[in-house]
Design a protein around this ligand. Sequence first.
Ligand SMILES: Nc1ncnc2c1ncn2[C@@H]1O[C@H](COP(=O)(O)OP(=O)(O)OP(=O)(O)O)[C@@H](O)[C@H]1O
Ligand SMILES: [Mg+2]
Length: 1002
Amino acid sequence: MERKLATLLFADLVGSTALGDRLDPEHARDLLERFYDAMEAEIALGGGTVEKFIGDAVVAVFGAPAAQEDHAERALQTALWMLERLQSLFGDRLALRIGVNSGEVVVGRPREGSSFATGDAVNVAARLEQAAAPGQVLVGERTAALVGDAFELGESATVEAKGKHGGVAARELRRMVAPRRPRGGHGLVPTFVGRARELDWLQQASVTDEPRFALVVGEAGVGKTALVRELRERLPAGTTFRLGRCLSYGRSVTYSPLADVLRQELGLREEDPPLAQLAGDEILGLTLGLDVAGDLEPRAAVLALQDAWVGLASDMAARGPSVVVLEDLHWASEPLIELLARVLSGAAGPLLILGTTRPGRAGLPAGETLILEPLGDDEAGELADRALGAPLDAEAHELVVRHADGNPFFLEEVLSDLLDRRLLTRRQGGWSLDAGALAIPDSIQGVLAARIDLLEPPAKDALSAAAVIGRSFSAAGLAALVGSAAEVRTLVERGFVRPTEPELVFKHALTREVAYGALPKAERARRHAAYADWLEGEDASDGRAGKLAYHYAEAVDPEIADLAWRDRDEDAARLRASALRWLRRAAELALARFDLDDALELLERAAELTPDDVELWHEMARVNALKFDGAAFWESMEKALELTADQAERGELYAELAFESAMRGAMWKVAPDWAIVLEWIGQALEHTPPDSRSYAYGLLGKSMLEDDISAAERAVALAERLDDVELLSFGLFAHSVNAQLTADFETASELALRRLELAGQINDPDHLALLHWGSATAELGLGRLEDAELHALRHEAVAARLTSHHEVHAIANLITVDEATGRWDRLHERRERSERAVAANADTPCVYNPRNLLAGAVACAALGLDDEARRLEAEESALGFEGYEFWLDPLRARLALIRGDLDRVEELLDGSEKWSWQVYDFVSSIATRLDAFVAVGRAVDAAEDAERYAIPGTYLEPFALRTLGIAKDDPALVAQAQKRFEAMGLEWYAAQTPASGLPSPG
Ligand SMILES: Nc1ncnc2c1ncn2[C@@H]1O[C@H](COP(=O)(O)OP(=O)(O)OP(=O)(O)O)[C@@H](O)[C@H]1O
Ligand SMILES: [Mg+2]
């Protein structure tokens, strides 16, 4: 069994029943037989295979059992021939309805009376036939796309089809324009790159005194035809140039390239009657398929034809230098080759006969050979950029060039396909590729599958086995699957595989994909299993975990496992266990490299195999928390909770849910409902033993959400008793944050620094980064600006290279310090890096995405760049975060203060009591609140707030003193504030002191 991309043709005779009524059964039978024979002959001519005759209908397949690159063109041409033939046999007495459709089919051993090709594409072809009018051919969309401009088709229309909701799209076939779809991707700019050396070579070959034969050899699509086209442009004026093509199928194709040449020589169009022009040389008419041999014995006719061509070629050369191109000699007939040899030996004069062929055609006349290699990466890249009319961005460039492997046809088809599916978008003068896998366009699939099908069965089998292993494979691995590696030689010789050391590689990634896609899925699964078993026996080390996980998982892919392992439950169970073991191990290893996406993918695959495994969902939840994907974190946790009724286990899960949610409080685009989290905390504390780790995590959640210092202290004590460093670190953090909230900056700093001492014992880089972030914040509280900056730089050193998300955090921390010191110029300088990081982190719902943009806006406003500030503000609001006002409003208020927009300040101050929830940007938020109260004249609030923060030696002291001074109309306090500002180096903030004070509170 095999999977194929093929074209199906359904034809049904209209009017035969009525005719049958009038005819004697014997006559009716005869009529049907004549119909069958005629249709069978046409189908054979097109290279199709008759699937079956049912009643007075015929079903044929093109591209199966052996793949054909032009299966769609063949099917349409055959449909037209069938109509003509029916007309010539039966006139208007009978008519045909035909439906043609292309798609994936499974080709298998035919059973009596049943089909060998099955799949939805077959049903659609049948529906199209039923929808066609007598004498009409209806063509499916995929076929239409495959044939491109080779056929003229009507507009697309939807026809009703039984069993197809919404009908199917169909186009009426009008006529053939060319036997093969013209190359060149639609929507692309025609262009030509590279090939300078090859063109030189050909130009030299064309300079000759006597007939000479040269051959350009290269794979399908590598650019033989394009090269010849380019050569033609460069030939000296006056050179005669003729070009003909061999055809892969059809009527009178024996001499088809010479027929083209003859018509050009005679100035004939395809439809002109040629005989008149051939006066004296009528025998040349054989080239055109004319019946001109008369009474000549056939062999004598052939000899006469050859002589006539020797004469014609010599005449041509006698007029001056001539180049005759015979394209696609891989399809050349024997008589053509014989004639060619005779011309080369018999003709005279400056004549170059230039053939093009794909590799592997034996028996061509000897001649100089030019092997056309794939384009280099640079040339391929240039081709892509020019064809698109604008450059691809670096990522898309790399993807596309790698995918096409230097084959310009593949490149063009891939680009057109991406344009069609709107996966390429124009961005800032270039193109970028939207995520979404590169697919294999049908056209490429046709070419590659046809090439693969030319292999003898053992070599083909080896190729598909190798494809199961991967783009590269070892001879031993292959032997494990097919018994021996003997066929490797054939695969190398035929150019499918490159013999690199220590592994062999598929030359084209696409060939591997097509060979893999041709295997039935159940067969793939069994081969993956065989390979995994072999590999595990060879080497079951961690280095192989990823591969083993992949092959075992493919072996038991739930989508196909029932078919692959029918009646082999034990095997299936064993393989599933292996798959799970290796998926988990590979996930662990991925996590150890902090490759979160990889880890998650592996765990998700495992969960597909055992959807009810609590531990697996729990593990996925942990990874999602590390990814700061709050929604996915909750989802997987809830799934885990659903799967267990065990109270203790549920308690543990609740504790983790509560803690992570509180700790990573901003991993949702829309802030969550904290009441739910409080409920989880309750569950955790109720169902876990009070001396357990989980209980401590429950306490931490409580401490952070309810500003409960004693809960933090209890967690710290428990952590010390349990000797759990991570727990201790989070405990100290929770305590430190709560201290900061009560303006106890000394304690906050002490705890943060104590926590920092744990750094040497913490391996998790995500956690380690948080330690430095926390200490930077704490130092700011005490006005130790230089120390804060040092901590921020250490944070950066740990975080910046971790993930794009951590890079956003690293920048956020640096920005916090800039903001607190009023160094807007420096903050502004970070803007580009910051915006790039935010863009790269767009998929992570982290509140520092908008916060970093807003901070950039404040810097711009402070520097007088208000347009720029407004752009950043707009971008921030476009991110659509909700529920984080306390995090973002302080910055918005600072912006409004700088702009003197007091209404806006007033508005933002509503709800400003929450600004002190701000953990990492605490001091700037409070400073802004003080300035804001003063600016809008809320003297009572200003004074109250200021009393709390007028703590000697802290960052907030001068802000508070100034506020008090203005609120109480006390210039001495204002002067004192000014001194402290200067001492700390906060010139910008100092300059913000309002000139006139407020009325005394009253
Ligand atoms: N050097 C090149 N620069 C730009 N485009 C090229 C180049 N070579 C080939 N192409 C384009 O790639 C596509 C495939 O090339 P071409 O048709 O010449 O391949 P071929 O080798 O003749 O293939 P086949 O064996 O199928 O006839 C064409 O659209 C062609 O214009
Ligand atoms: Mg060609």
